[in-house]
Design a protein around this ligand. Structure first.
Ligand code: NAD
Length: 495
């Protein structure tokens, strides 16, 4: 979708209504004091956001349970569910400019990217699962004669979805679309710094004909609202995208409550590995820059570790620095901006601490390293490149989730693979080589959910996204995601 600057500016000048909870058909205040929503663009108050107490959360879960049990959605014919989800996709498309601008004012992603990655991607995801929902069904088992074994595939019941702030609509749709397509009811908990566009999406879902109670949204702090949801005794499955520390807590909450199934999509420290025989080193350098710096590095699969074969290291790093310097950092609502704002002040401060620590550990600052555009009041950071990062440095091991690239040279393929696998994470990777055999060896050898070859990033709904090791245990996207939202039930029938 294309959008002109005047339309963006007009939408961005509109006041933003306070965010309220959606419980059943009602938009309500939370019992706790509302939160102030600060825009990362200028640090100013954008609006307020309802803060749900544990009692509010329990009401939302009860609404979801009632909707599931009475079958208003779970027992609708597949064709009816498909029609609603398709209408929702159409409404998202129709409201794409409004959704994208609202989301950017809330979370700071550059608008050109947000248009594609947020409403654009979310609409596609709802359409994908709407199309899929009547094509995935049970099986008949090869049982002995005289017995019929049927394997039913059923919705799990009440799904809780807790999502992060970097791509709320895209990641929200990765959870909501398959969960709803399978016939479940959902309670969604967006991040406190990126709730507004998801609240609007939930309104559009009602407009599309989703029965009230099937999708409920509770907003508020993770340690209050999110915790209450994860501790609920009546949530069947909890799906999560966010940080590792929160993921650990969710597993504890599940253990302390009703042993709900928990699927985690967590962070990464993804290696982008450049061999000297890459087909086009200049192109690889440009992509290496966008792989880490788009959305100010706030991308789960960001290529945050650049591993470069020693023979081309210096020239390649210079080319990445040149490509980075050419990227336009600025107001994320400007269509020409390529690097937007950091989501919040604490996040920005954390990013800067990483840079200081890396230098203290002996890494060399090759580019950036400081706050930018401070006069705007917004949260901006220069794209930052550190070279000479040793495998045991914190910057090589811990996720920054900001515009900070760690560069490390390697001598040969074996060392590249050792470095690539030398962290606790396993989300994504990139390999640049013209050697077909090496490309396949690296794809097999790297422990990650996705390995890009001679590109970085990019995917669609047909392929799963998930992590291994401490990057998570579930998959979003593709038909495989439906496994999280369906149970298998056996009927063993004596004939
Ligand atoms: P976060 O873990 O701080 O927050 C994520 C969500 O969890 C928010 O809604 C938050 O309110 C909630 N939360 C926080 N504490 C909670 C608690 N104790 N109980 C219940 N809920 C709680 O993560 P973030 O900073 O919003 O997002 C950034 C992280 O997400 C990064 O680590 C990034 O790599 C990861 N991420 C992963 C993927 C993926 O597909 N694997 C995609 C995007 C982002």
């Amino acid at each position: 979708m294309t959008l002109d600057q005047a339309t963006i500016d007009r939408l961005a000048a509109a006041p933003v209504a306070p965010g309220r909870l959606l419980i059943g058909a009602d938009r309500v205040e939370g019992q706790n004091a509302p939160l102030e929503v600060l825009s990362p663009i200028d640090g100013q108050v954008l609006t307020t956001l309802a803060s749900a107490s544990a009692a509010d959360v329990n009401r939302a879960v009860a609404a979801a349970r009632a909707a599931f049990d009475d079958g208003r959605w779970s027992r609708q014919p597949p064709a009816a569910r498909k029609a609603v989800l398709t209408r929702l996709a159409d409404l998202i498309d129709r409201h794409a400019p409004e959704l994208a601008v609202l989301g950017v004012r809330d979370n700071g992603t550059e608008i050109a990217m947000a248009l594609k990655a947020e409403p654009g991607s979310a609409a596609g995801t709802f359409r994908y699962y709407a199309e899929a929902l009547d094509k995935v069904y049970g099986q008949i088992a090869p049982t002995p004669e005289g017995v019929l074994g049927l394997i039913h595939r059923e919705p799990v019941g009440v799904v809780a979805a807790i999502v992060p702030w970097n791509f709320p609509l895209m990641i929200g749709a990765w959870k909501l679309a398959p969960a709803l397509a399978a016939g479940n009811s959902v309670v969604l908990k967006p991040a406190e710094t990126a709730s507004l566009s998801l609240l609007r999406l939930a309104e559009l879902a009602l407009e599309a004909g989703l029965p009230p109670g099937v999708l409920n949204v509770v907003t508020g702090p993770g340690r209050v609202t999110g915790e209450a949801l994860a501790l609920s005794m009546d949530v069947d499955v909890l799906v999560f995208t966010g940080s590792g520390p929160t993921g650990r807590r969710l597993l504890e909450y599940a253990a302390r409550s009703n042993l709900k199934r928990v699927y985690l999509e967590l962070g990464g420290k993804s290696p982008n590995i450049v061999f000297a025989d890459a087909p086009d080193l200049a192109q690889a350098a440009k992509v290496a820059a966008t792989a880490i710096f788009r959305n100010a590095g706030q991308v789960c699969v960001a290529g945050s570790r650049l591993l470069v074969e020693a023979s081309v290291h210096d020239d390649f790093v210079a080319a990445v620095a040149e490509a980075t310097a050419a990227m336009r950092l600025g107001n994320p609502l400007d269509l020409t901006t390529q690097i937007g704002a950091v989501n919040s002040l604490p996040q920005l401060q954390g990013n800067l601490r990483f840079v200081a620590e890396a230098q203290a550990e002996g890494a060399t600052l090759a580019l950036g390293g400081a706050r930018a555009l401070e006069g705007t009041g917004g949260y901006y950071m220069q794209p930052t490149i550190l070279t000479g990062v040793q495998p045991d440095h914190r910057l090589a091991q811990a996720e920054v989730f900001g515009p900070v690239l760690a560069v490390t040279p390697f001598a040969d393929e074996a060392e590249a693979l050792r470095l690539a696998n030398g962290t606790d994470f396993g989300l994504a990777a990139g390999v640049w080589t013209s050697n077909l055999s090496r490309a396949h060896r690296m794809v097999r050898g790297i422990r990650a959910g996705v390995v890009h070859v001679n590109t970085y990033g990019g995917a669609d709904n047909t392929v799963p996204l998930g992590g291994v090791k401490q990057s998570g245990n579930g998959h979003d996207k593709s038909l495989h995601a439906l496994d999280k939202y369906t149970d298998l039930k056996t009927a063993w029938i004596q004939l």
